[in-house]
Write a protein that binds this ligand. Structure first.
Ligand code: GLN
Length: 446
């Protein structure tokens, strides 16, 4: 813990990964835990972790990197935070993100941008940009992120670290500030696959506080790593290596696929025919859910409240006008529009129908294959500021990650090469609740 704080003090001025630090409490916890005999310590005992700032932490400011939550000190811990504490982990601080997890570059943080540790002129990805950069810079060995449409996997790919989006329902969302409730999942970002498996094991499981958490057994994900993938059936969707994927990404992913073949797996090309509609469906559905979830930020209950207002109506409108950033407002308007009586059938309902077809695409492939493999993103990290004026270009970055959230299946991003000084991510997608298989394939590269 002391080492993590020293490293944060030395580097974070340039990286920008941390928002609130938990120095006093964490240091006191660590000192107390030093007294516990080694025989009583589990595998995660005493290890420092950074927590994304949309996961509530008791008494530690939680802002979702939004002005509207300035000064909000939660009165309870999220289930994942409770579970990590029970496993002996120490929360050293809250990590930066895109405001309310909306973004792919961490440039929508209302507090400060995050810089990619591999090249400070490039973005770390988003929305869990702080989570990925903190691990890549060696500030902390582990962080938690959240993934609604790629927000764990895409920054993990851009920063050359390991990021897992579990099956929808695997991890409790209790205490995760909701963006799009039917898509959101919490997951670990780590330096290697085994660490990742260990942390997912600790945070998984049914929770009475989250009715969408799944009552399925949590196996040992670490034990699932056998080092043997002989005979495993791997599918490579042709849509994931199509136009828009850079040569460097295509070559690195191809090499990774050849490595898997060399280890005894069989590889076939398959099709996920509805992939081309995923991005449109995702942005309609996630914005619709966000417009409803973000209605609670009204200036009465949490954080920031506008001053000098004439009446209650103006208190609401002024708090929201001043408290939310541009991207959040864009999503609320888009979502409110697609849920309106005159447009519901054409947008929201149509997007739900597309979602069902996308889920069926995955079911069809998983009837015959163990995992699906492809790139995490079409290109490596872009330059800070490069796409600031152009939300559509940024949205296009999520084309290979959003279908996974729409279907609800698990997927990991692991490093598989470089383009110059920028890392490239390989995405390994599994069937529902088959995280163990995903980890086993991922670990075969290590
Ligand atoms: N980039 C996507 C978005 O902006 C995904 C965000 C996420 O997964 N939280 O919505």
């Amino acid at each position: 813990t002391a080492e993590a704080f020293a490293r944060i003090d030395a580097l974070d001025g340039e990286v920008g990964a941390f928002l609130a630090l938990n120095k006093e409490t964490a240091t006191a916890q660590a000192a107390e835990m030093d007294q516990v005999p080694f025989s009583e310590r589990g595998p995660l005992f005493g290890l420092p972790i950074g927590v994304k700032d949309n996961i509530v932490t008791e008494g530690l400011e939680t802002t979702c990197a939004s002005k509207i939550l300035e000064g909000f000190n939660p009165i309870y811990d999220a289930t994942v935070v409770q579970k990590l504490r029970a496993a002996g982990m120490i929360t050293v601080g809250k990590v930066n993100m895109d405001e309310f997890a909306m973004g792919s570059a961490n440039e929508n943080s209302s507090i400060k941008p995050v810089h990619n540790p591999w090249n400070f002129n490039h973005v770390p990805g988003g929305s869990s940009g702080g989570s990925a950069a903190a691990v890549a810079a060696g500030e902390v060995p582990f962080t938690l992120g959240s993934d609604t449409g790629g927000s764990i996997r895409q920054p993990a790919a851009y920063c050359g670290v390991v990021g897992m989006k579990p099956t929808y329902g695997r991890v409790s969302r209790f205490g995760l500030v909701a963006f799009a409730s039917s898509l959101d999942q919490i997951g670990p970002i780590t330096r290697n696959v085994r660490d990742n498996a260990l942390i997912l094991e600790a945070i998984s499981g049914v929770d009475e506080h989250d009715s969408t958490s799944a009552n399925v057994e949590v196996p040992s994900f670490v034990d699932a790593i056998t080092g043997d993938i002989k005979g495993l059936k791997i599918a490579v969707p042709k849509e994931y290596l199509a136009e828009g994927v850079s040569d460097a990404v295509r070559n690195s992913v191809q090499q990774a696929i050849d490595t898997l073949k060399g280890l005894g797996a069989t590889v076939d090309e398959v099709s996920l025919p509805h992939s081309k509609y995923a991005l449109a469906a995702y942005y309609i559905l996630s914005s619709s859910e966000a417009s409803s979830n973000l209605a609670r930020f009204d200036g009465i209950r949490y954080g920031f409240r506008a001053e000098n207002v004439a009446n209650l109506e103006e208190l609401y409108t002024q708090t929201r006008a001043q408290g939310f950033g541009d991207e959040v407002k864009r999503r609320i308007m888009l979502g409110t529009y697609s849920l309106s009586a005159g447009t519901y059938d054409a947008y929201y309902k149509k997007a739900q129908q597309v979602r069902t077809l996308i889920k069926k695409d995955f079911d069809d492939v998983f009837a015959n294959y163990d995992v699906i493999v492809g790139p995490t993103t079409p290109t490596p990290a872009f330059k800070l500021g490069e796409n600031l004026q152009d939300p559509m270009t940024v949205y296009a970055n999520d084309i290979l990650t959003v279908p996974i959230n729409l279907a609800g299946v698990p997927a990991i991003s692991i490093p598989c090469g470089f383009d110059g000084d920028l890392p490239i991510g390989l995405q390994i997608i599994g069937n529902y609740f088959a995280e163990g298989t995903v980890y086993n394939v991922a670990d075969s590269f290590e």
